[in-house]
Write a protein that binds this ligand. Structure first.
Ligand SMILES: [Zn+2]
Length: 81
């Protein structure tokens, strides 16, 4: 993973939450167009956020989702912060 990838990964959450400035958004977009691995991570995270938002509004059993999210957490195996 190059420097650009690392920077993009760091911005990704902010990007998904649409809290980046226009310049930053352009940088992230340009990198995603250029770098399929990062684009995949972006797609995945964006999709996950969508799912979490959707599931949070329903009453019944997001257990599968919780399992999934927990799995993701362990796969990353990086301590938060
Ligand atoms: Zn990249």
């Amino acid at each position: 993973m190059g420097d650009h990838c690392e920077q993009t990964m760091r911005r990704l959450n902010t990007y998904i939450d649409r809290e980046l400035s226009e310049t930053e958004v352009r940088k992230v977009k340009a990198h995603l167009d250029d770098c399929p691995p990062c684009e995949q991570v972006f797609d995945f995270q964006a999709e996950m956020k969508r799912l979490v938002r959707k599931e949070c509004c329903t009453d019944d059993a997001p257990a599968r989702l919780r399992d999934w999210v927990r799995q993701l957490g362990t796969e990353k195996s990086k301590p938060a912060g």
